[in-house]
Ligand binder design. Structure first.
Ligand code: GUN
Ligand code: ZN
Length: 440
């Protein structure tokens, strides 16, 4: 096949090659203050010091130069609900009331395919504006909500994970399916979208309290019929929810055991929250490699509790952890804001999340949790060129703060504390600039 045109982007390059929760930082962070990224056919062909790569570059290659900006892999939001954007900041309720009073009402509107398409299109654009290039997304119970998401992602060539919510009890009738309907609809969607282009399907049983045992059996059955299907759900988010799950599944030893029993854990699984896990459940999550997604803005907003980052990542055997916005319980689609809140939550639990660890979770750590690190999450040669350009001085106050910063780690920490969508100067998908911040 004929090779495509080469392009190059210059700036400070930063990416991870190892896990800073367990490896010395000097061995897992690559930083080139004046670096060059060379891209061909959507992939990274070279990444390294500009001084050594520029002389070998053909003269006709245009170099986009971002002086004083940081170029890093695009962010990975491992847990979000695109159908909940219009209920961000819904006042006054904890999880179970919040679901009944706001969420289940908003999600019913996605029965209308045109509404779903408009929301999915807006959602993908908002992700790019915040530097998120891949997300694991809950749609609604309606198959058309899944088509809408993957159509919007495909238009932008984003690597996207999503699936139809499966729920057959404890919600309004208009949002319920049945085990058989969930099986048939999920299978049809998998055949239409899974590993087509850059799309991946996630079986999405909403959470154990909304699923009968037959429904969870169906999810496990479909999982066995396809390779590399994801499973995404919620786990131990809120104390009342944990107690309710115990009452609904009296034969299981705990909440996590419900999902284990139905074959819904291990690699390719993503469980949001995991705030109220027992020590035995933490060990089980480690042993099976079950993915846990920390969603700090959501946990604060719903008053769910404080994620125990030290229990997850503090020892020599870290959990398969990623980080997510969980909009609309989460209050922001910005992964920068989410990292800043993760720092504060960890701080309240006696663990100090440093900037390298935080940005690792949003890039390579997320890619590893999704088993996609052979494709995305770093700027290594051969990886897909999904990357972002961060402006360290995106507001007057941040610029003043940066005047006193003396290392890249400090600059990153300020970015996650003060940064938001204004700090994203550009977002590239598969080597193409898909978003550029309006200047002015
Ligand atoms: N548990 C079950 N459904 C949901 C949801 O939509 N959001 C959150 N945060 N938790 C849930
Ligand atoms: Zn969620």
């Amino acid at each position: 096949m004929k090779k495509g045109k080469i392009k190059a982007v210059r700036g400070s390059l930063l990416w991870f090659t190892g896990n800073p929760f367990v490896t010395a930082q000097s061995d897992c962070v690559t930083y080139e203050e004046d670096g060059l990224l060379i891209i061909q056919d959507g992939h990274i062909q070279a990444s390294g010091p500009a001084a050594s790569l520029l002389p070998a570059l053909d003269r006709d290659v245009t170099v986009e130069h971002y002086p004083d900006h940081i170029i890093m892999p695009g962010f990975i939001d491992a847990h979000t609900h695109y159908a909940q954007m219009q209920i961000i900041g819904a006042y006054g309720k904890q999880l179970l009331d919040w679901l009944n009073d706001y969420t289940f009402i908003a999600e019913q509107a996605f029965d209308d395919g045109a509404h779903a398409a408009a929301m999915a299109d807006f959602f993908c654009q908002e992700l790019l504006r915040r530097g998120t290039t891949t997300a694991a997304v809950y749609c609604t119970v309606h198959p058309q909500s899944v088509d809408a998401l993957f159509e919007a992602a495909t238009q932008r060539n984003m690597r996207m994970i999503g699936g139809k919510v499966m729920m057959d009890r404890n919600a309004p009738d208009a949002l319920l399916d049945t085990p058989q309907l969930a099986y048939d609809q999920s299978k049809a969607l998998i055949e239409r979208w899974h590993e087509k282009g850059r799309n991946h399907y996630a079986l999405t049983p909403r959470f154990a309290p909304c699923c009968s045992m037959e429904q969870l059996d169906m999810a496990g059955k479909v999982r066995g019929e396809f390779d590399r299907l994801y499973v995404q759900s919620h786990l131990s988010e809120n104390e009342a929810e944990v107690n309710w799950a115990g009452e609904l599944f009296p034969d299981r030893s705990g909440y996590l055991d419900v999902y284990n029993h139905h074959g819904l854990t291990g690699q390719y699984s993503l469980y949001g929250h995991a705030i109220h896990l027992t020590a035995a459940e933490w060990q089980d999550v480690r042993d099976r490699g079950t993915g846990i997604v920390h969603c700090p803005t959501s946990n604060l907003f719903l008053g769910s509790g404080l994620f125990n980052l030290g229990a997850a990542m503090g020892g020599p055997d870290p959990v398969n952890l990623s980080i997510g916005t969980d909009v609309g319980a989460g209050t922001s689609l910005s992964m920068l804001t989410t990292l800043g809140e993760a720092y504060k939550v960890a701080h309240l639990k006696g663990y100090s999340l440093n900037a390298f660890q935080a940005f690792y979770l949003a890039t390579l750590g997320g890619a590893r949790a999704l088993s996609l690190d052979h494709l995305i999450g770093s700027l290594d040669v051969g990886k897909e060129a999904d990357f972002i350009v961060l402006d360290k001085r995106s507001t007057p106050l941040m610029a003043k703060r940066m005047d006193r910063v003396s290392s890249i780690e400090e600059a990153l920490f300020v970015l996650m504390t003060m940064g938001d969508d204004r700090a994203i100067a550009a977002t590239y998908i598969f080597g193409q600039k898909c978003y550029a911040r309006a200047e002015g």
